[in-house]
Design a protein around this ligand. Structure first.
Ligand code: AMP
Length: 400
């Protein structure tokens, strides 16, 4: 079975093709083909990169229409040096990452008009993502006709959270209005939780796992018996941890203050909190942890403050997740920072030594998933490379 996976964002599209007739379904196979569109590269143009059949191409195309860009990207599957298929008829199913499934979609679902209407209805809850996801679905419909398409929701894994964890303590009307914690990065948290159980040779149903997705966006999940019972992102992906350019949780009184005293509009607050905060805002250097650490090591006090605040908030929220779990078998790090920063692993885990969590002294990054806890640690700590595209492909296979 050939599964095309599309991860559509507002400024980029990433795609890959898996062939499940090749290799073991349980292991993570290399995709036959990978491609990406970057719409931020040059005004009026898109950068297309693709690799397949041992070849790689990079092109800058004079395209501004997203659907046309997607068509050019999909075309590299069947034409040019990266060709891996004789024709697009060979694709059996398309899996889409859809960011917000609201309360209706707590599992992956085959896309039909009702599902598309729901994704559209949920746009006010995910204005940066759901429109791009819908556009991707419709573009692929144009290209592939009535080929089955599947939506895999980033919110779905958190949909079984206890009500007390999902509820914001505002007026009761919020409950009816759907103003609640939805949580995001669910595809990643679910994948790494299952992989943890596999690596520990345990049944997921028996484990209490704290998963730390630390990338440009950051969130934690408390995964108890395979279910997300708490998470740090909330009604939007702005809640919780400090991130690359997002503030994470701040006192809501600050927003009222800025509106009253400085006349901030909703759009200005949106930009301030989503684009001008976090590592970027505090360090004044970059949203990239590598640059912040480099500046910090060079003695930059703002970068030091940004790093220290990132770690402080991470530790505090990790402690909260441990309370929600009521125990701890494993702490797992994933995504750009989580997969690559021994400094962050050490700093994040240090205060939990009293729980029996001890890391090895020889920590290095690896291309392989690894256990970084010392042999005598009571709690395991794993670094797992998240495989969101593969998880989406598996969800398609399970559904069809
Ligand atoms: P992601 O959103 O998962 O693609 O993660 C992207 C982020 O990972 C970048 O913005 C960096 O902050 C971070 N990152 C990538 N490589 C490293 C590294 N070697 N050390 C620390 N952070 C890294």
């Amino acid at each position: 079975m050939k599964i095309l996976v599309l991860n559509a964002g507002s400024s980029s599209h990433k795609s890959c093709l898996f062939d499940l007739s090749q290799g073991d379904v349980g292991a993570v196979p290399q995709p036959l083909w990978r491609a990406a569109l970057d719409w931020t590269h040059q005004p009026g143009k898109v950068e297309l990169s693709a690799s397949g059949g041992g070849e790689t191409i990079q092109q800058v195309l004079p395209i501004t229409d997203k659907a046309k860009g997607l068509k050019a990207m999909v075309n590299t599957l069947v034409d040019g040096p990266t060709q891996v298929l004789e024709g697009l008829a060979a694709i059996d199913v398309v899996g889409h990452r859809v960011v917000h499934g609201g309360r209706e979609y707590i599992d992956s679902v085959r896309i039909d008009d009702r599902v598309k209407a729901a994704i559209e209805r949920l746009i006010p809850l995910a204005p940066a993502h759901n429109p791009a996801n819908l556009q991707g679905i419709e573009a692929l419909e144009d290209i592939l006709g009535d080929r089955p398409q599947v939506a895999v929701f980033d919110t779905a894994f958190h949909a079984r959270m206890p009500e007390a964890a999902a509820t914001y303590p505002g007026p009761h009307a919020w409950v009816e209005q759907g103003i609640r914690r939805y949580g995001f990065h669910g595809i990643s948290h679910q994948y790494v939780a299952q992989r943890t159980a596999d690596m520990m040779n345990c049944d997921l149903a028996e484990l209490k796992i704290l998963t730390c997705h630390l990338g440009n966006g950051c969130s934690l999940a408390a995964v108890k018996g395979g279910i997300s019972v708490d998470t740090t992102m909330g009604f939007t992906p702005l809640d919780g941890l400090m991130m690359g350019s997002r503030s994470g949780s701040v006192d809501p009184g600050i927003l009222i203050y800025l509106m009253r005293q400085e006349g901030y509009s909703a759009d200005q607050l949106d930009r301030l909190l989503n684009k001008e905060s976090g590592l970027q805002g505090l360090s004044g250097q970059s949203n990239d942890m590598r640059s912040v650490v480099e500046a910090m090591e060079g003695g930059n006090p703002q970068a030091q403050l940004a790093f220290d605040t990132f770690i402080h908030r991470l530790r505090r929220e990790m402690g909260g997740m441990v309370a929600s779990l009521g125990g701890l078998d494993a702490v797992v790090f994933t995504a750009g920072i989580g997969e690559n920063s021994p400094l962050v692993w050490q700093q994040a885990c240090a205060p939990f030594e009293f729980l029996g969590l001890r890391l090895r002294s020889d920590l290095t990054r690896s291309k392989e998933d690894q256990d970084i806890a010392s042999d005598n640690s009571r709690v395991r700590s794993l670094v797992i490379h998240t495989q969101e595209e593969w998880a989406i492909a598996q969800a398609c296979l399970a559904l069809l």
